[in-house]
Design a protein around this ligand. Sequence first.
Ligand code: BES
Ligand code: MN
Ligand code: ZN
Length: 492
Amino acid sequence: MKIEVISATPLKYVSPALVVGCFEDLQDELFNACDTALEGCLGRLYASQEFRGKINSSRLIHTLGKLPAERLLLVGLGKKNELDDERLRQAAGNAVQALRGARVSSFATALNLVGIPETALEAVCEGTLLGSYSFDQYKTKDRDERFGFEEMTLLLPKGSNKKEAVARVKHTVALCLGVSLARDLVSHPGNVATTGYLAETAHEIAARHDLTCEILELDELERLGMNALVAVGKGSAEPPRLIILEYRGASEKERPVVLVGKGVTFDSGGISIKPGAGMEEMKTDMAGGAAVLGAMEAAAALKLPVNLVGIIPAAENMPDAKAYKPGDVVTSLSGQTIEITNTDAEGRLVLCDALHYAQKYKPTAMIDLATLTGACVVALGHEASGLMGNDQRLVNALKKAGEKCGERAWELPLWDGYGEAMKSDIADLKNAGSRDGGSITAGWFLKQFVGKTRWAHLDIAGTAWSDKARPCSPKGATGVGVRLLIKYLRGK
Ligand code: BES
Ligand code: MN
Ligand code: ZN
């Protein structure tokens, strides 16, 4: 969708639809002007409680020539003093959902609210772009009848700084392109989004923004001794790969932040195979890797003043004659030996080699994202990602970034006692313990591979995919992590 910015009076602007945000407890100048033009229609809606400005509500009405805009879309903003960026994002998301329902592809949005947060423009653009996302590449029927948005025109009040507004829109568009990239990757089926496809995507990002891209292929992974990553990929016809993207936005001397994303392109569970019901969702098991690719794309487009390395250990977890088995012992890149007690605990295996490898970049901080454990979905549901780490400042910074951008993360402890469950009788570690504290024991396992590097781990198993539509995220892939990472990197 194109976003245009102009200074104009909403009541004089001709468009297929005018979107107006409405408070529950306050009727501002624009609201009253619309109400007058429509001969009291808005007042009636409030009086009859058909629409009262509540959050997550909207109401589309035809103006029948009483306003230059053909339709008026009222969007609830809730109570005036409770308005924040997240509510604005959601209101904008709800607005585009309503417009999609009415097949209105171009519209104008009035941004004339008094005393709204300074970041309102970004929030509205973000909600609009994220809420209008759809993924229908695999639908072949009725192509010409399919709906697509064309343009949103942001109407700024007189006297606002248009140049600055245009720059802010441009920023938000770049960020949302990163989110869409991540969503697309997660939405693609496992037979398309293979390890090779992820590598190809990394190459494309590198070419677009002049980043360095390196792909370590199977023979190189074996030569280096990345046996944990190699083990997970052994049962698949798609070879495992280590994808490395480097972005330089700061001086050469500055140590980078390393982002690591789990890239299991399909997780059947391997020999410890998963039950059939719902297994198709395991095409999303590369969502951590997708978030890293999306964040690299956005960071480069935004020209963030940081050095970044994105690392994606990619593999497909399948059962086969050559597959790794329960009882096998593998020697990880770090030298630590791991007894495989469950081939379905494969995420920590691909990550442990990547986290060890990442230390060669001498990172100031390392953040990994992974759809790592079903236990995290049990603990936090779909409202927050699990957050763990060995550095409280880093953990706090990520938590705060998440709150600001609406991708919440909640800390779980990583006390030493949790490690007891991961001790093996014959090797240094085992890859799966009991079900108890499953997200934490997985996090504890990862911690054994980060050395002294400041590190945090985000378990996005419950947040990468949504079975229900949300205002800023239609059903399916959420692209979680991209906005959180960029928010964190911007605050650094
Ligand atoms: N990819 C799964 C975790 C997952 C579950 C992601 C549900 C998204 C939704 C992971 O590889 C896995 O299978 N974890 C096991 C670990 C267990 C065997 C220790 C799990 O959570 O059951
Ligand atoms: Mn698994
Ligand atoms: Zn998995």
